[in-house]
Every structure is written in C-alpha cells, then in structure tokens.
Design a protein around this ligand. Structure first.
Ligand code: PHB
Length: 389
C-alpha cells in the first residue's frame, strides 16, 4: 500500500515537474482572446484592430516569446450590458492567456474589472476610458491607444490658439463622450475659451438634426464633437448638409475623420482634428507598416490598425522577457511597462499607469488623408487621476 502511494506521488510529482518545465520553456500555443466589435457602428474599428494585431504577429513568424499564437474571437457588439458575460467566456470557458480588447469605453470598464479580479493580462487596443489607467489601474492592465483625455485636451489647446472663444460640444452620452468633453474643456478654458453648452445624444443614436438646429441658432465660434465609426461619418455629412461647416468649424479628436474619409468625401475637407496618429508622417517605420498593411489586407491602415499592431508589440515585449511564460506575472508586467514601442505613430513609452505617453498631432483633412500639420502637444501623458499602483 505504502509503495503504491509513493509511486502515485512520484508520478504526480514527475508530471507536475514536466508541466512546469514545459511552461517555463513556453511550450504550447498562446491563446489570445480578441474581444472586439465585429458588428454595429464600431465594426470597422474592430476589424482594423484585429488586422493590425495579426500583421505584427505574422511579421514575427507567427510567434511571440517563442510560442505560436492562436485566436479566440468574441463580438462584443459595443454593448456594455453583455460585456461581463462576454469577457468571462474568454477567461473562464476558453481559458485565454491574454485578452485584447476593446473599442467601447463602457465595455472596456467591465473587461478591466474582470481582468483585475482574475489576474488575466488585458491589453486595450482602443477604448479611452480614463478610469482603466486611473482609479482602475492594475499591474495586469495596459493600453496601446490613448486615454479619452489626451486628444481632447490637445484639441482644446488648439481651438483656443485658433482664436476661438466659445464652443458647443456635441457627443454621445457615455464615458468616452463625457471624458472627451472634459478633456477639451480643460485645454480650451485654460487657454481663454469657454464651453457654453454641452449637447448629447444616446449611443449609438445618429439623429443630429435638432441638435444642429440648436447650434445654428446659438452661433458659437466652434463645435467640438466626439464621434467615431458610423456616427462620425453621419455627423460630418449632416453638419455639411446643414451648411454649418462654412461658418462654424467642427473640431474633434481624430476619430471624427479617421477610417471614415472614403464615406465622408467632400464634406470633411479642411477639418482640423488632433490625434496620436496622422497621414504623411513619412517615417521609415510608418512607411513600412503602411505598405505591409496595404499589401496584406488591400486596405489603407488607420489609427485603429496602428493600435492593434502596437498591442501585439507590447505583448511581444513582455513575452520576450519571460520567454513566453505568462506565469511570471511581475516580470511580464515590468517588461511591458519599460518597453519603448517602435510604433508607426512614432516611438512611445508607457506611463506608470500603463498608458502611452505620446505626441498629439494636429491634422488637416486633404482629399482622403488626415495630413499631419504639426504637433499640437508633445509627449502628452494622461494625468492618471486616481491611479495608485
Ligand atoms: C471609446 O469608447 O472609448 C472610443 C470609441 C471609439 C473611438 C474612440 C474611443 O474611436
């Protein structure tokens, strides 16, 4: 009997040590959970992020940290009500090693909560929710994109420099819209402007007519709007159809005109926006990225593609340090935190709260491009209010 117990124990020990060696050597495939919108107003954004992520992995021969990658995909529909269930499918049912997602701030906040509870690594390739690199910040949560505050603050500074004194804001009523308005207001009012009215409509509603009538009557010096994807296309077209673009400039973070110019056409010409990416950067890194992306997907890349590409670069930097081992959590996190990411947007570093510290470009729509005009704010770091880490 005692011999049998000893044998069983030995076998168990041998198996455990084999498993440990395999993990240490990074054997087996890495499971990446892609939680993104593949339907609805942000569908094109989700596709661009996935394409960008996969492009970087392909460039590395299909491996990060010496391990092959496999993907599990969930369409989150940009629906916060379904977000907790969706992210738990990836964490608990599919047992993913890392979650990459998402676009919508409300969904991302539910993902951050679940990631914090389970300890699963989360890389956010778009959603700007200030909270995830603010009060919800955590060692296992990173962002490859921006905080809602960043491009909004930069646009506020630019609007004031353009001599505008009054502005009306027009956004969707959810975290991204609210935070974007707060950032704009901060930059604008610090530099002598005044936000005189804040208009909102529920996400993803695009019935702008009554709001545009109100703007026409109030005649502010400028309008600032956070809209993206299908909503951005519709707003820019409706704004021009109402004739407002002739008298009151429509400003926004670059989401208003990124990945949307084919559909907006003439109506977007001349628009000024701020963002951490632009067309015409003409750097070797960006030129190579754009050529590779166009060849792989028969599409021009946009800011979302860049953010997906950089999410993969960040994961790669972490896994290079741990040789593909997700068990070495502290080392993985430290390696991503101190990485300098060679992004198509220009190299960036991570803030202590795990958000990119990056230049905010001023861009002007010319034809089908958001042409870089200059740098609105250099090396802008999110203030990370409320992050204790
Ligand atoms: C967000 O919800 O944070 C969001 C969505 C789309 C964008 C930018 C931010 O283009």
């Amino acid at each position: 009997m005692s011999i049998r117990i000893a044998r069983t124990t030995l076998t168990a020990l041998a198996l455990a040590s084999l498993a440990a060696t395999a993990a240490a050597q990074g054997a087996g495939k890495i499971k990446v959970g892609l939680m993104l919108p593949f339907s609805g107003t942000y569908a094109a954004l989700g596709v661009a992020i996935e394409n960008g992520f996969k492009l970087y992995v392909q460039e590395q021969g299909g491996k990060l940290g010496g391990r092959e990658i496999e993907y599990v995909k969930v369409d989150d529909e940009s629906d916060p009500a379904k977000a907790t269930d969706n992210v738990n499918k990836l964490i608990k049912r599919d047992n993913v090693d890392v979650i990459v997602g998402t676009v919508h701030s409300g969904v991302a906040m539910a993902m951050a909560k679940a990631a914090k509870e389970s300890g699963t690594l989360l890389i956010i390739p778009n959603a700007g929710a200030d909270a995830v690199t603010g009060p919800m910040c955590a060692p296992n949560i990173f962002r490859s994109s921006f905080s809602n505050w960043q491009p909004a603050y930069a646009m506020g500074v630019v609007a004031a420099k353009e001599g505008k004194k009054t502005a009306i804001t027009l956004t969707w009523k959810y975290a991204a819209g609210d935070e974007s308005v707060n950032g704009f207001k901060e930059g604008f009012e610090k530099n002598g402007g005044k936000v005189v009215k804040q208009l909102t409509l529920p996400f993803p509603n695009v019935e702008f007519q009554a709001l545009l009538t109100e703007i026409a009557a109030a005649k502010p010096d400028a309008v600032y709007s956070f809209m993206a994807g299908g909503g951005a296309v519709k707003l820019v077209k409706d704004y021009a159809a109402a004739g407002l673009n002739k008298s009151i400039p429509l400003y926004g973070p670059g989401f208003l005109t990124d990945g949307t110019l084919d559909a907006q056409g003439e109506t977007a010409q001349g628009m000024l926006t701020t963002l951490h990416y632009a067309d015409g950067l003409n750097t070797p890194k960006d030129n190579a990225f754009r050529a590779a992306y166009a060849q792989a997907f028969k599409l021009q890349p946009d800011v979302y593609a860049v953010q997906g590409y950089d999410a993969a670069q960040m994961l790669g930097a972490g896994l290079a340090a741990t040789k593909g081992d997700f068990g070495k959590k502290a080392e993985l996190s430290a390696a991503i935190q101190k990485a300098k990411i060679d992004s198509p947007r220009g190299a960036f570093t991570m803030s202590k709260a795990h958000n990119p510290v990056q230049d905010m470009y001023l861009r002007k729509v010319e034809g089908k491009e958001n042409k870089v005009v200059g740098v609105a704010v250099k090396a802008l770091a999110d203030p990370a209010r409320g992050c204790r880490m």
